[in-house]
Structure formats: structure tokens, C-alpha cells
Write a protein that binds this ligand. Structure first.
Ligand code: F6R
Length: 366
């Protein structure tokens, strides 16, 4: 049932191009100029009323939510807060009458996320769920469900669910921007067309797996890893570090690259592995200078950057290139190498990749 793969995780990593295609399917107009989200059935008036969005989720889904915030704020100009569900459910966040709650849950059964959804509904708020499981509690109880079409995810470490959550969030953000006219029609058409290229580009990323396997074998001999990025890259760094620690059992931390010097740089010494994500063009020079800071302390730096970026190639010990897309969609390109890095490090350490110790696929208790 693993279709010739050694583990579900790697099978699911390779299913991502198809999962992205399926999640986009039916959500783009025939001329590729606009997105469609008929499952929401919202009137223009209802969309205009949304003055605030709270994204609530756990773990990997929370990391997707961080990217969602960036997308929604940029395209729809609606302020968004993102919070882990176990915190959100026990406090009294400031809400307006028309604050929209967006819960994200692969399984649709995560206890804290479900509790946050129920509390929001009790208080009269509208809830949209992004979930992978039709018929799940979250899908049934939310006012609207946007399904990700990743197919069943068996491995405990979430991979294709995250990628399709990103796609659903991009579609949702473009949809809001289109409806509110906060994004020009030619810009949204460019976004939509670019979204449709992502499966093909993801295929190209997956072809670099042998290189990543070789790097992971070295990384697996070290006891730490630091994942750095700025802007959206930082949100992917968080997900990369989570993936790495949960299946390789190696200590990993994600840091906004500019924050290092406020304490963490003390840990960067000779041969400490650093994974530097560098795709955000406006932050390029800043990221480069952070790489120089860690190189000056003899860290071992693996850079992940756009194909053709020779400058990064010269500044790091190893570089992995991903096909260029809009900086906005970089997470879809960056996450695959990070998933594979975690996967091969876990295999190299002889761990039970699909069932990491102490973890369950669906966290249905608090
Ligand atoms: C990590 C992972 C978890 C889940 C989290 C939320 O690889 O899988 O962090 O993302 O438990 O699960 P869902 O999305 O089912 O609510």
C-alpha cells in the first residue's frame, strides 16, 4: 500500500504535485484569471463586513496559517491574527462583531482546534474551516468548509496536508482580494497563472532528492540544526524545524535571521548546521549579511535559494536550488527539500519515520 516507497512519509511527499493540482481543481476560472470558491456562497456584502480574521490551528497547520496571514493581509488588506488553538481557546481575544474565524486542521478532529471553533460559534462568530477530511467534526461544525484534496495522510508527520493548506489559503486570499477589489485584476490573474505552475515546479524540486539524501546523511551526525529565514521564509523555517525535530529527534530551532544576534548567536560555533532560506527578494541583502554572520563563526551553512542565485552559492557550504516562483509562493517550493531533509535524517538515524515516538496522528485529547 506504500506504492513501492519505504515509508508513507516519502510517498506523501511525492504526492504533493498531484495534491496541489487537485486542491486547485475547480477553483480557477477557465481563462486562469480568477479563483472560484463557490463553497462559501458569500454575498459581496458579507465579504465587505469582514473586518478582522483570526486563524486558529495547531502544529503544522498553524505554520500554514502564518503564511495565510501574510497572503490575506497583502491581498485583502484585512488584519489577521494567527494563534495556536490551545492558547486561543483559553483567552478572550478582542473580537469585532464580524471577526471571521478560520480554523485549519488536516484531520478535522484536533481537540483544541475544535474547542476554539465551538467557542467562536457560541459567541456568534462565523467560522470557515480548511480541512482535509470530509465529514470530520471540524468540517461538520464550521459554517463553511474549504477542503484540501491531499488524499489520506497516514504518516504522523504532516507533509502534503501542509502544502495543500497553503494552496487553499492562497486561493482564499486571492478570492477576498478579488471580491474586495484590493488587488488589480491583472495582478490576480498573474497570481492564478503562477499557482497553476506550482505542481510542475514541485516535480522539479523532488528530482533533487538524491542530493538532499546525501546532505541529510551528514546532518544526521550532528545534534542540532538552526533554520533561518526572513519574512515568509521564516514561517517555512518554523515548519522545517518542526519536521526535522519530530522525526529525526535532533534538536532544531527556527529563527528569524535578524533575531540571532539577540541571543542565539551564542550557540553558533564551528560546524553547527544552519539551514538558510533565501527567497524573499526585498530581504535578500539582509539575509545575505546574516549568512555572513554565521559563516564568520564557522557554522556549516546549507542555503536554499532560487535557481540561478550564484551569489548565495558562493556564500554557503552547500546550496539547493528551487525553481523560481513569486516570492509569495516560495513556501510551496521550500518545504519539499526541508521535508526530504528531515525524512532522510530520520532514516539515517534508524528511526520509525512514520510513527515517531510520543506522537499521534490525530490529537483528539487536550
Ligand atoms: C506535525 C503534525 C502536527 C499537526 C497538528 C495539527 O507534522 O502533523 O503538528 O499538524 O497536530 O493537526 P491537524 O491539522 O489535524 O489539526
Amino acid at each position: 500500500e506504500k506504492g513501492g516507497y519505504d515509508h508513507y512519509m516519502v510517498k506523501e511527499i511525492y504526492e504533493q504535485p498531484k495534491a496541489v493540482r487537485d486542491t486547485l481543481s475547480g477553483r480557477v476560472t477557465e481563462d486562469s484569471s480568477r479563483v472560484v470558491l463557490s463553497e462559501l456562497g458569500w454575498t459581496e456584502k458579507e465579504i465587505k463586513q469582514i473586518d478582522r480574521i483570526h486563524i486558529v490551528a495547531c502544529g503544522t497547520s498553524y505554520h500554514a496559517g502564518l503564511v495565510g496571514k501574510a497572503a490575506i493581509e497583502k491581498l485583502a488588506h484585512i488584519p489577521v491574527d494567527v494563534e495556536v488553538a490551545s492558547e486561543y481557546r483559553y483567552r478572550d481575544p478582542i473580537m469585532t462583531k464580524h471577526t471571521l474565524i478560520l480554523v485549519i486542521s488536516q484531520s478535522g478532529e484536533t481537540a483544541d482546534t475544535l474547542a476554539a471553533l465551538r467557542k467562536a460559534k457560541e459567541n456568534g462568530h462565523r467560522v470557515v474551516a480548511i480541512t482535509n477530511v470530509v465529514g470530520s467534526s471540524v468540517a461538520r461544525e464550521a459554517d463553511h468548509a474549504i477542503f484540501t484534496w491531499a488524499g489520506p495522510e497516514i504518516s504522523v508527520a504532516s507533509t502534503k496536508a501542509y502544502t495543500t493548506q497553503l494552496i487553499a489559503l492562497y486561493v482564499f486570499a486571492i478570492y477576498l482580494g478579488q471580491s474586495l477589489q484590493t488587488v488589480d485584476s491583472d495582478v490576480s490573474a498573474e497570481l492564478v497563472r503562477e499557482l497553476q505552475t506550482l505542481p510542475r515546479k514541485l516535480d522539479a524540486v523532488l528530482e533533487t532528492a538524491p542530493q538532499i539524501e546525501e546532505i541529510a546523511q551528514v546532518f544526521a551526525t550532528w545534534d542540532d540544526a538552526f533554520f533561518l529565514g526572513r519574512g515568509i521564509d521564516y514561517f517555512v523555517a518554523l515548519e522545517g524545524a518542526l519536521k526535522y525535530k519530530e522525526i529525526s529527534y535532533i534538536h532544531a530551532e527556527a529563527y528569524p535571521a535578524g533575531e540571532l544576534k539577540h541571543g542565539t548567536l551564542a550557540l553558533i560555533v564551528e560546524n553547527v548546521p544552519v539551514i538558510a532560506l533565501v527567497t524573499q527578494d526585498v530581504l535578500y541583502e539582509k539575509s545575505l549579511s546574516n549568512i555572513k554572520e554565521v559563516k564568520a563563526r564557522d557554522a556549516y551553512v546549507l542555503g536554499i535559494a532560487w535557481a540561478g542565485d550564484e551569489e548565495i552559492g558562493k556564500s554557503v557550504d552547500r546550496v539547493l536550488y528551487v525553481p523560481r516562483t513569486l516570492p509569495f509562493f516560495a513556501p510551496v517550493m521550500l518545504i519539499a527539500p526541508l521535508q526530504l531533509l528531515a525524512y532522510y535524517a530520520s532514516v539515517a538515524r534508524g528511526n520509525d519515520v512514520d510513527k515517531p515516538r510520543n506522537l499521534a496522528k490525530s490529537v483528539t485529547v487536550e
